[in-house]
Design a protein around this ligand. Structure first.
Ligand SMILES: [Fe+2]
Length: 176
């Protein structure tokens, strides 16, 4: 049975569910892109990247299921056909996946797009508040940030700028 929101609370909850369906589409697209990279990667790092991409798309497939089932637990139907995914995803796919560096850059950007959507949706979940949905989102955000780091570490172009922490100065004692 479908219903239309009648109160501001209902409308806010529907907006949160739409954020989740958007994230479902982003995650599904990213899962597909990562699997295509797994199939087509070539070169001296073949084995390492072929295995890394498999580990990543397996995790993304699990995430798709978690997000979809969370939408059902929120009492909304989960859109999930390929047409639904194509309509709602913000993750762009290239015409073809070429060299390794292009694959890595594409995936890094796709993880950033998903993370961006998560941060916006997390605000809605915290505002509800809907702790269970927020928990799913925080877990997904942590995973995207970790994967971004791993992918960037295979790119030797200095695109990731790291800060080396300086040790805190010892407080000067009053007796010196
Ligand atoms: Fe495989």
């Amino acid at each position: 049975m479908t219903t239309t929101p009648t109160t501001p609370q209902d409308a806010a909850r529907e907006k949160l569910a739409k954020g989740m369906t958007g994230l479902l589409a982003d995650t599904y697209t990213l899962y597909n892109s990562t699997q295509v990279c797994h199939w087509n990667v070539e070169g001296s790092n073949f084995k390492e990247l072929h295995d890394l991409f498999e580990e990543q798309y397996t995790g993304l497939a699990e995430a798709v299921d978690t997000i979809a089932e969370r939408i059902r637990a929120m009492n909304f139907y989960t859109p999930g056909t390929l047409a639904d995914i194509a309509r709602q995803t913000r993750v762009e796919q290239p015409e073809s996946f070429r060299d390794t560096a292009a694959m890595l850059r594409h995936l890094i950007e796709a993880h950033r797009v998903a993370a961006h959507r998560i941060r916006a949706t997390l605000e809605l979940a915290e505002h509800q508040p809907d702790e269970a949905t927020a928990d799913v989102l925080v877990e997904r955000l942590r995973s995207h940030e970790k994967t971004t780091w791993m992918l960037e570490s295979h790119l030797d172009d200095g695109s990731r700028r790291l800060t080396r922490l300086q040790p805190e100065r010892e407080a000067v004692g009053a007796t010196s």
